[in-house]
Design a protein around this ligand. Structure first.
Ligand code: ADE
Length: 225
């Protein structure tokens, strides 16, 4: 998979890809991440990419021209399956969306800033708009990092058996069951006996029950879907 990210703040997006699972996925060539600084696509002085909004009002708006130039340059090189704009008024990200995106070959992610992007970008260049939740971030970069993380960990070969995504919370519309590690007892707090029993069918059943109980208690809405 190849992900091209367009941003005015590429430095925010460097570190998430420089550690742990995402770093290893890139090293293993399971994913390519390309950061593009929008300021490289403007002819204006001071590398200007934003301007005041027509009609007045506070906040700057990213202009269509540099975004169009950047996206057009990328589209000349290859076909893109989705061109995603990160925005709080997009569809809310969930596991199903990440599962679907993980099957794609090439995607572009555009990060908004300030008051957002010129509406004409959204109407003519963007194929999908995604929010990571009902709160407002200073820009789309952290949202893009969240989206990339949730998608990349699903690519075949990124996780090993121990970290398999199949047992993740949300994978069956269920939250994951509780987990324990050594020691067996800490300050009188014990690990449930069943997990130490070696009876794997019973352990599996216990985990399923716990997952259901947790989901009913914390997120009953998941069971209605
Ligand atoms: N940009 C600003 N807020 C955002 C959000 N909640 N999700 C995605 N992108 C955003």
């Amino acid at each position: 998979m190849r992900i091209d990210i367009i941003t005015v703040l590429p430095e925010i997006l460097k570190s998430p890809f420089e550690a742990s699972i995402l770093k290893r996925a890139i090293e293993k060539k399971l994913v390519e991440i390309h950061l593009h600084n929008l300021r490289d696509y403007t002819d204006k002085s001071y590398n200007q990419v934003d301007d005041y909004q027509f009609g007045g009002g506070a906040g700057m708006v990213l202009m269509i021209e540099p975004i169009d130039k950047c996206i057009s340059a990328l589209k000349k090189e290859r076909h893109y399956d989705e061109i995603i704009y990160m925005t709080p008024d997009g569809e809310t990200l969930n596991q199903k969306t990440s599962n679907g995106l993980s099957l794609l070959k090439n995607i572009i992610i555009l990060c908004g800033h300030y008051k957002g992007v010129d509406q004409r970008v959204r109407e003519t260049l963007i194929t999908r708009e995604i929010s990571i939740g009902d709160y407002v971030l200073s820009g789309g970069e952290l949202g893009a990092a969240v989206l990339c993380d949730s998608v990349i960990r699903l690519l075949p070969g990124v996780l090993n058996d121990e970290t398999s995504a199949l047992t993740d919370t949300f994978q069956d519309n269920l939250l994951a069951p509780p987990v324990y590690t050594r020691p067996r007892e800490y300050k009188g707090l014990k690990v449930p006996d069943i997990l130490l029993s070696g009876n794997f069918p019973e352990i599996e059943k216990w985990r399923e029950d716990q997952a259901m109980e947790r989901t009913l208690k914390r997120r009953p809405d998941l069971l209605e879907e």
